[in-house]
Design a protein around this ligand. Structure first.
Ligand SMILES: [Mg+2]
Length: 271
């Protein structure tokens, strides 16, 4: 079954991401774990993101990770999809590697250097507008954070996209309730999120961002009738590892050996 297959892939992506962050003692594990199911649904369901930029396909669906600090999870996905090699993945965060802690356009499969938050949607708007002008029917997928909805540039892009009738944009908002060191609701209350996107003219869904049936359903509906679509994904920061879930310590810290082994055991891996 498609759902079971995607769940297994997600477990593998979680395992590899935890391993990468443990080995390199880098940050943002909680932020990676909250969006992995969204990445997997898009990259591995074979509904959207139909082309690999490597394969010179005429179809050029694009993917932008606007919350660039979740780069390790994206790198693991890109490796599993064949964009980058295992050898390259293992250079993550090492001197002279392109695989930095935020995505770099020098990496195959990365279309924009992201991580300066609030810019991803504007970038996608430009790419999709170019496609509209050139009469190309590509799909453009974006994953952004709830914290990025604090940014004026996000709402300017949201207004621009519907104002210019740019379809073919599917934006997933990873609402994990945290941004950096604080609760999103304490820094800037974003509710009612759904109504905000609707007011800007977006087709809007609010789903459990870890539920593959819901994620697949939205992707299929978008493909059938492309309109600017905002998917408010209710997610859990640190999802998949009990002692990391909703504990914001894991925004910055990396697991030590004991924590690493405990974490991967929960996901069904040994070392
Ligand atoms: Mg967040």
């Amino acid at each position: 079954m498609q759902i079971n297959r995607l769940k297994k892939i997600s477990d593998k992506v979680r395992y590899e991401t935890i391993k990468l962050i443990h080995k390199t003692k880098t940050a943002h594990l909680g932020s990676c774990l909250s969006c992995i199911d969204i990445l997997v649904a898009n990259y591995f369901s074979n509904i959207i993101l139909r082309s690999n930029v490597n394969f010179k396909s005429k179809l050029k669906d694009t993917f932008v990770l606007s919350k660039g600090h979740a780069a390790p999870a994206l790198y693991v996905v890109l490796q599993m999809k064949g964009y980058i090699s295992k050898k390259m993945l293992n250079t993550y965060s090492k001197p002279n590697s392109y695989l930095e802690e935020h995505p770099n356009i020098k990496i195959n499969g990365v279309l924009v250097s992201s991580g300066s938050l609030g810019h991803g949607l504007s970038y996608v708007a430009g790419v999709a507008l170019g496609d509209q002008i050139n009469k190309k029917n590509n799909y453009h997928v974006l994953v952004m954070s709830d914290g990025e909805c604090n940014e004026g540039s996000t709402w300017e892009a949201a207004m621009f996209i519907t104002g210019k009738k740019i379809n073919n944009i599917l934006a997933f908002i990873d609402c994990n309730k945290w941004q950096a060191t604080e609760k999103t609701s304490d820094i800037m209350n974003l509710d009612p999120m759904k109504q905000k996107w609707q007011a800007f003219g977006w087709k809007t869904y609010e789903i459990d961002g870890h539920n593959f049936s819901s994620l697949i359903n939205v992707i299929k509906k978008f493909k059938k009738n492309p309109k600017p679509t905002a998917v408010i994904c209710r997610t859990i920061k640190g999802k998949g590892v009990s002692f990391m879930e909703n504990d914001n310590l894991w925004h910055y810290r990396s697991p030590d050996k004991k924590e690493y082994l405990k974490a991967i055991k929960e996901i069904g891996f040994k070392k």
